[in-house]
Design a protein around this ligand. Structure first.
Ligand code: TXA
Ligand code: MG
Length: 342
């Protein structure tokens, strides 16, 4: 059930549902989250079930304020405090050492925990009300089925996870891709997942360089045994992730043009084309969408564009490879994973 324009009373009711161990989907500035009381292991189990996600993949715990970080995390290094002060509320998740015994299920029983204060006003209000009811953190992965495209609108959540779920509509997520994840649990900052907030902007504040550990796990080495060897786990790092139903091909400009010009129309073939070059194509065979020229704008519409292609019934989506520039890192990361899914 989607709650349109939730009032404070609606948010109170949603917080009460969380307190009672139920799930609530809510908007954030990055993507929509599927929330549960982070300290209720039973409720957190429901999140894993609903998403179809292996329950040793840890969830991000959303908190209302910086003070609450100390409830969930310990030995917070000074550089993590600097990042919190500068970038929270915002699209930055920090992996920290976990307070022993706290939020076991949310953390996938790892010794670390991922924390974030989102900046979406409705998420902040919900977190504040929930905190007053004794729910100190809301564990929330993106509100999609495991491995699929993340939702950036309330209606996407309803399509993914069913009408029965309580969904707070806070409009379209304005960032559109998931938060940047920095591991702060190993003595130095390490980028695990790129997002809109770039390493460069974090480095400028820290006066320190940020290592990268964007391991390209292939389906072969993502077997449970191989995954155990990779700590900490970040499911968004699986090479095949963020997948629409249609097969995605990521092609550089030349390869795309060549493919288009040599394509022999097949009966009933319908192909989505997402390209920054303006193209005039036969609309019986091709569904063309213009790709925004700016990385930020492209990120905003990335997941909804993939969804729209699926909805239109295309069998393949041919995407023009965006520039390999720092500001495109988050978008390129999602596109690469979407194209590896089939
Ligand atoms: O923008 C976002 O981060 C969104 C919104 C809802 O906040 N959430 C999100 O959650 O993307 P999810 O579960 O789809 O991705 C969270 C990522 C996963 O890849 C998970 O493995 C990683 O964060 N993560 C969470 N806790 C971790 C930990 N303790 N160690 C390493 N990775 C962790
Ligand atoms: Mg996700």
């Amino acid at each position: 059930m989607i709650i349109e324009h939730p009032s404070r009373a609606d948010l109170l009711q949603a917080a009460q549902s969380l307190k009672a161990g139920k799930l609530v989907a809510f908007p954030t500035e990055t993507v929509y989250g599927l929330g549960a009381d982070a300290e209720n292991d039973h409720a957190v189990e429901l999140v894993f079930k609903k998403k179809g996600r292996p329950n040793d993949h840890p969830l991000i715990v959303h908190i209302a304020d910086m003070h609450t970080a100390e409830h969930f995390a310990c030995n917070i290094p000074p550089f993590a405090n600097v990042l919190m002060k500068q970038f929270w509320p915002g699209a930055l998740t920090l992996i920290l050492q976990r307070q022993p015994g706290i939020a076991n299920a949310s953390s996938g029983h790892q010794s670390t925990i991922g924390l974030r204060i989102p900046s979406h006003p409705m998420a902040l209000e919900l977190l504040g009300i929930a905190k007053n009811l004794g729910v100190l953190g809301i564990a929330a992965p993106s509100a999609n089925r495991f491995g699929r495209v993340s939702p950036t609108q309330a209606v996407h959540v309803a399509e993914e996870l069913g009408e029965g779920l309580l969904i707070l509509n806070g409009g379209a997520s304005h960032i559109g891709i998931e938060s940047t994840i920095i591991d702060c649990s190993r003595g130095q900052p390490i980028l695990l997942r790129p997002g809109q907030l770039s390493s460069e902007s974090l480095e400028q504040v820290l006066h320190q360089s940020i290592a990268q550990e964007l391991i390209d796990e292939t389906p072969e080495n993502s077997s449970p045994k191989a995954l155990k060897a990779i700590t900490p786990k970040v499911s968004g790092r699986l090479l095949a992730h963020y997948a629409p139903q249609a097969k995605v091909l990521l092609l550089d400009c030349q390869a795309l043009e060549q493919r288009l010009s040599s394509y022999m129309p097949q009966p009933r073939a319908f192909i989505g084309v997402w390209s920054a070059s303006s193209l005039v194509l036969d609309s019986k065979t091709f569904l063309y969408q213009a790709m925004p020229q700016r990385a930020e704008v492209c990120a905003q519409v990335l997941f909804s564009t993939l969804r729209a292609f699926d909805k239109a019934g295309v069998q393949e989506i041919w995407i023009e490879q965006p520039p390999f520039a720092p500001d495109w890192l988050g978008v390129n990361d999602r596109l690469k994973r979407a194209s590896h899914a089939q």
